[in-house]
Design a protein around this ligand. Structure first.
Ligand code: T6T
Length: 327
């Protein structure tokens, strides 16, 4: 290639890459609203950080509106109010896989695209043309069955493959925590020496989870471990273990990774934390909504990753970026 051609090719390459380096121009006419499971949970606060980062990159407005409890009866009025504001898309973590179907259909019927993040409605299979809950455009989340399996493998290792364990869970009907329990039990079927006791449901209340731990321990003094299937279940389980003076004796496997759980790992109270990547969920949620709004086709599901945090890796900066933030 002659020098002039080379220079021209270089100029074209510069012309092609240059726009990507320019900050996104404000597109004030696009608004996306993210409705979390609850507003005061570090998991959703971190998800919102990712969503805001995507909003800034695209030059669009991302609102964060939700209830202060993880309850369908509190989330539905928030959703109705958001529908009344006619955003260009709704990203939502439905707090019940059945009870949010009809409220979300109201958004769909109003012409507002719905994307679910973290949790799903129906069976989570969207855009299939079958069933009554396949109308959301996409589902962006962790693989919660696999997360439950990871927890079970960690538990089996922590207790040397033997003993009684139980799952501290929120309530039936939440897709994420149901799937974590399912994955945990599927994996435990491979461990003959481990007995999985009845699940304890705590209504997302860490204090209740802590007192349930004490009750299970009173019934089964040889209890070997507890799997806290979400942030509040794990915090409650850890508090219960500490109050019973069983730190280091009863294994605690925590789903989710707020700073308090990481502190508990440092103190030897919690064995591992399975960190989801909520910022990634928020980021790709907004990107997916934007792609759909601007006429691109989008995948019906996007899976995000996990990072397993333990005493050996918790001080590594590459790992610490996955600790949830409370601001
Ligand atoms: O575990 C997360 C989320 O994935 C789940 O759906 C509900 O609980 C959390 O928000 C943690 O509190």
């Amino acid at each position: 290639m002659k020098l002039r051609q080379l220079l021209l090719a270089g100029a074209v390459a510069v012309a092609l890459v240059a726009p990507a380096a320019t900050p996104a121009e404000a597109q004030d006419d696009i608004t996306i609203t993210l409705i979390p499971g609850l507003t005061t949970d570090d998991f959703y606060i971190t998800m919102n950080r990712g969503a805001q980062a995507a909003g800034e990159a695209l030059g669009i407005t991302v609102n964060f509106q939700g209830a202060e409890e993880f309850e369908p009866v509190m989330q539905t009025p928030v959703l109705d109010a958001v529908i009344g504001q006619s955003p260009d898309a709704i990203l939502i973590a439905p707090t019940d896989s059945t009870q949010l179907i009809e409220p979300l259909r109201r958004a769909h019927d109003a012409g507002i695209p719905v994307i679910t993040v973290d949790t799903f409605i129906g069976n989570g299979q969207y855009q299939t043309g079958s069933g009554d809950a396949d109308f959301p455009i996409s589902y962006i989340a962790s693989d919660n069955i696999e997360g439950g399996r990871i927890a079970a493998r960690a538990m089996a290792e922590a207790i040397g493959g033997e003993g009684k364990v139980y799952v501290s869970n929120v309530r039936p009907g939440i897709s994420t925590t149901d799937q974590r329990e399912e994955g945990f039990k599927l994996e435990m079927a491979n461990h003959d020496g481990i007995e999985v006791l009845d699940t304890q449901y705590n209504e997302n209340d860490a204090s209740l989870a802590a007192s349930q731990f004490q009750a299970v321990l009173a019934r089964s003094p040889d209890l070997a471990g507890v799997f806290g299937a979400n942030l509040f279940s794990a915090l409650g389980a850890a508090n219960g273990v500490q109050a019973a003076g069983k730190s280091g004796e009863v294994a605690v496997i925590a789903f989710d990774a707020p700073q308090s759980i990481i502190d508990n790992i440092e103190d030897g109270l919690v064995d591992i934390a399975i960190a989801q990547h909520p910022a990634e969920i928020g980021y790709y949620g907004v990107m997916t909504a934007y792609a759909h709004i601007t006429g691109q086709s989008v995948p019906p599901a996007i899976g995000t990753g996990f990072t397993v945090i333990d005493a050996d890796n918790m001080n590594d900066p590459a790992i610490q970026r996955f600790i949830y933030s409370g601001e």
